[in-house]
Design a protein around this ligand. Structure first.
Ligand code: LLP
Length: 424
């Protein structure tokens, strides 16, 4: 929805809100990520409106950690779901109040725990018993009690790509729901822990509500059991994971239907609800703009070689992910199409954005937009092949700003230090 509205052709040129992409390409150079403020805030409010009023929406910083993006969402009322001390610092730098920050992840270090306790975050989502003990030790030494939910693994298959499934017994996440009562019992006896609730997250890019329903039913049952065991359960963190539509011809999952499912699943539970959406808010709010370097006629196939590579956008290489690709200059309505493999310049066979994609005939120097790239795009970029990752631009109406400048090659090379014995 938001993509069509905020990334649209006007005067035959793709615009992000009111800014022509061609102008940005001239000013910033390619490749670059471009985010729409209006799309971000729209996506946030669509979800917000679909959920109970008092719910905390903690944007999952891993999906897009740019401080300008976090600040945009924070101003609308969003909190943050962080998985490292670094993400915590970014959320704080963006002005998100600590009492709206939740800390997830299987490998929190003592140092990260101290930082989170000292700023007073809303809660730790604890994933194992060793972590519980470590957190209790750190908190007790500070004379504090850490507010804790325990992430339970409901053993539900989210029916998404195997590499982004987290809620089955096979994965490293959470404690098995069958052992949850014992782990809560343990938590209740630790001096530095204050049990506040239950946490669950079953995976990402989930487009069917049924796995959520099944997981939340288990959580609701568990909350009853835990209360009978004497625990004060006042919060349920139901994670993120609702998917988006990556193809122009597929229907995006509906936030309202998700909201209705949540209302049913949590009715009568009397808990504060917390959500950790990442992709749903950021994905359709960003594009990756790139230029065609060459059109190469292979023996069997035609290649569009772009100046963006898998180092800029890992998703196709890592998860066989589909991203729609469109030309920045709007093609004529009946323009003939050709079948291309759309690839990057990185020396890896997997550096490919699309295979057998029908696109209007393209030539060197054409600008292309890789769509739905606002989540798990820039954050996952690397400098592989000594390619400085793409910079990030944010648009707001007619205004635009480079919210992360392009790394210069000098800065990249200066990161490497040469030992004395190689100096002479
Ligand atoms: N909460 C927890 C505990 C998570 O592990 C995740 C995502 C989220 C929330 C946010 O999930 P979302 O609402 O964005 O689906 N790089 C992959 C996605 C990895 C997701 C990891 N965890 C991709 O590009 O598809």
């Amino acid at each position: 929805m938001s993509r069509q509205r905020y990334f649209a052709y006007k005067n035959r040129q793709l615009h992000v809100e009111d800014v022509p992409v061609e102008l940005l390409a001239k000013e910033v150079g390619t490749p670059f990520y471009c985010y729409s403020t209006a799309a971000l805030t729209h996506n946030y409010h669509v979800l917000k409106d679909a959920l109970p009023k008092s719910a905390l929406i903690a944007f999952s910083v891993k999906a897009n950690g740019n401080v300008a993006v976090l600040k945009t969402l924070g101003r609308e009322g969003a909190g943050a779901d962080v998985v490292s001390g670094g993400e915590l610092q970014k959320a704080i730098a963006a002005g998100i109040p600590a009492d709206r920050i939740v800390f997830s992840g299987v490998g929190k270090t003592a140092e990260e725990m101290r930082l989170a306790l000292s700023v007073g975050i809303h809660q730790f989502n604890v994933e194992s018993e060793p972590e519980l003990e470590a957190l209790s030790g750190v908190a007790a030494a500070m004379g504090a009690k850490a507010p804790v939910t325990i992430r339970v693994n409901p053993d539900i298959d989210a029916k998404t790509h195997a590499k982004i499934t987290t809620g089955t017994a096979e994965t490293k996440f959470g404690v098995p729901w069958t052992r949850a009562r014992a782990v809560y019992g343990h938590a209740g006896r630790l001096p530095g822990i204050e049990v506040v609730g239950v946490d669950v997250h079953i995976g990402s890019q989930i487009t069917d509500l049924q796995p959520f329903r099944a997981a939340f039913a288990r959580v609701a049952g568990l909350i009853g059991d835990l209360r009978r065991d004497g625990h004060q359960i006042t919060r349920a963190d139901l994670g993120g994971g609702l998917g988006v539509s990556y193809r122009h011809d597929s229907e995006p999952p509906d936030a309202e239907a998700y909201g209705r499912m949540i209302a049913q699943a949590t009715s009568g539970l009397d808990v504060e609800l917390i959500f950790e959406p990442g992709r749903l808010i950021a994905a359709t709010a960003g594009v990756l703009i790139t230029r065609v370097i060459y059109v190469k006629e292979g023996e069997a196939r035609k290649f569009l070689i772009l100046d963006a590579g898998m180092n800029d956008l890992m998703r196709p290489a890592l998860y066989d992910a589909h991203h729609d690709i469109i030309p920045v200059a709007q093609p004529q309505p009946n323009a003939p199409t050709l079948r291309y493999d759309v690839v990057g310049p990185v020396c890896e066979t997997t550096d490919s954005f699309a295979r057998d994609r029908d696109l209007p005939e393209s030539k060197g120097n054409d600008l292309m937009a890789i769509l739905t790239a606002g989540a798990y795009g820039a954050v996952m970029a690397s400098a592989y092949n000594a390619r400085p990752p793409a910079p990030e631009v944010m648009v707001n109406g007619r205004q635009w700003f480079v919210v992360r400048p392009r790394f210069t090659l000098e800065a990249l090379i200066a990161l490497d230090k040469v030992p004395g014995w190689l100096e002479h």
